[in-house]
Design a binder for this molecule. Structure first.
Ligand code: PLP
Length: 406
């Protein structure tokens, strides 16, 4: 028997957790510190649409009804069959992805889907690579590190309105590449991958037999150009897709999403079975939220148009204001609700993080530093969330303009 130690030692956490970074929430901690000192902060940093656009009434009613009718028990691990069916219908009809309900697994948001997909694809050998757009939604990078793989950023080309650089992807494919991630409309740049780029990526994926992973969470947040799914332009490439209810149905807090497999050639059978087993040990996604998900997909959709009309105004206003400020330059985003301007830091700031913290401390306006979305291609930028009404945006950009002058 080991003798108990007399001195109290710090309990060490696993080094795995040290690799986790999430710029979007890490900066909030800094803002909260200011607030605890009595300052009021304007947050243009978190992409949480129901903070500005309420969840539609019929979806809320469906959730309340499910709870009151005692649908509060565990559902099937794969998800409520009716919901899986409604999702397959939507993907067929709107995104032209020919899947059935058997290809759909319900998750607790896309976040859980990211965790599932990466745990299946990435071996803990520090070698397995995931090709991730640079810049990209941070958890994609963090989870590859968490699973002890190697995230490799491929270039979104700012000069080409942030379209993916196909040659860069080609050069970065190795024998260790386990997947190519598409994130379109993109967070943080707002680019919608063009049909030409999608076909080129599909050709590469086919040539090297690499699955495509598609984070489609902003598929309905588009302005002039529409979202195009990879499965609709390339029939023979396996796709693991992720999507959810957080953004389109204004349900971020309810934690509901899904994975789908588009796999006519059955390349993904083993992966699908193993992810299914993983889903069983976490029991199920929120049951009442799943019932509400059916109402969301099958009920009226008119809120989407209304939200997009308002967001278009906010987007145009944001780009106009940003481009009027010296040393800031912003491409017009094609989808989602983010702008990702470039900033000339000069000698005034060491890097984009220092710029964001200085702005927060001086003007109490919070954006997220660009390097948080990928060190290679995100640096020298910052992300603006333009969900807030124009008077709030106006105040924030007035402060930013003033800050840049002094
Ligand atoms: N994927 C992307 C690209 C996102 O921007 C977000 C949230 O902002 C998520 C996934 C997480 O979504 P969910 O709320 O479905 O977990």
């Amino acid at each position: 028997m080991m003798k108990p130690e007399k001195t109290i030692k710090t309990i060490r956490s696993s080094p795995r957790l040290k690799s986790i970074e999430y710029a979007i929430r890490d900066v909030v901690a800094l803002a909260q510190k200011l607030e605890s000192n009595g300052k009021s902060v304007t947050y243009l940093s978190i992409g949480d649409p129901p903070k500005y656009f309420p969840t539609p009434r019929h979806i809320k009613d469906a959730l309340i009804k499910a709870v009151n009718e005692d649908q509060n028990y565990y559902f099937d691990s794969l998800g409520l069959p009716e919901l899986r069916e409604a999702i397959a219908e939507k993907e067929n009809k709107i995104n032209k992805i020919p899947i059935t309900m058997d290809d759909v697994l319900i998750t607790e948001g896309v976040s859980e889907g990211i965790l599932f997909v990466q745990s299946a694809l990435i071996n803990a050998n520090k070698k397995d690579e995931l090709l991730i757009p640079g810049p990209s939604y941070p958890p994609w990078l963090s989870f590859t590190n968490f699973y002890e793989g190697n995230p490799v950023e491929y270039r979104l080309n700012e000069e080409n309105n942030w379209q993916p650089d196909i040659e860069d992807i080609r050069q970065k494919i190795t024998e260790n590449t386990r997947g190519i991630l598409l994130l379109s409309p993109n967070n943080p740049t707002g680019v919608i991958y063009s049909e030409k780029q999608l076909k080129a990526i599909a050709d590469l994926a086919g040539e090297y037999q690499i699955p495509v992973i598609a984070d489609d969470i902003y598929d309905r947040y588009t302005y002039d150009k529409k979202f195009i799914s990879l499965a609709s332009v390339a029939k023979d490439v396996p796709v693991i897709g992720l999507n959810g209810f957080s953004k389109t149905y204004l349900m971020t807090g309810w934690r509901l999403g899904y994975l789908y497999y588009y796999d006519p050639e059955h390349y993904l059978d083993e992966l699908r079975e193993d992810i299914g087993r993983l889903a069983r040990i976490r029991l199920c996604a929120s049951s009442p939220a799943q019932v509400a998900g059916v109402a969301a997909l099958r009920g009226p959709q008119d809120h989407i148009k209304k939200v997009m009309q308002q967001l278009r105004e906010r987007r145009d206003y944001t780009c106009k204001r940003l481009n009027e400020i010296e040393n800031i330059e912003c491409k017009v985003p094609e989808g989602a609700f983010y702008a990702f301007p470039k900033i000339d830091l000069g000698d005034r700031w060491k890097d984009d993080k220092e710029f964001i913290i200085d702005l927060l401390n001086t003007k109490q306006v919070l954006f997220v530093y660009g390097s948080g979305f990928g060190p290679k291609y995100g640096s020298g930028h910052f992300r603006v969330v333009y969900l807030a009404p124009i008077p709030i945006l106006e105040q924030a950009f007035d402060k930013l303009a003033d800050f840049m002058k002094h």
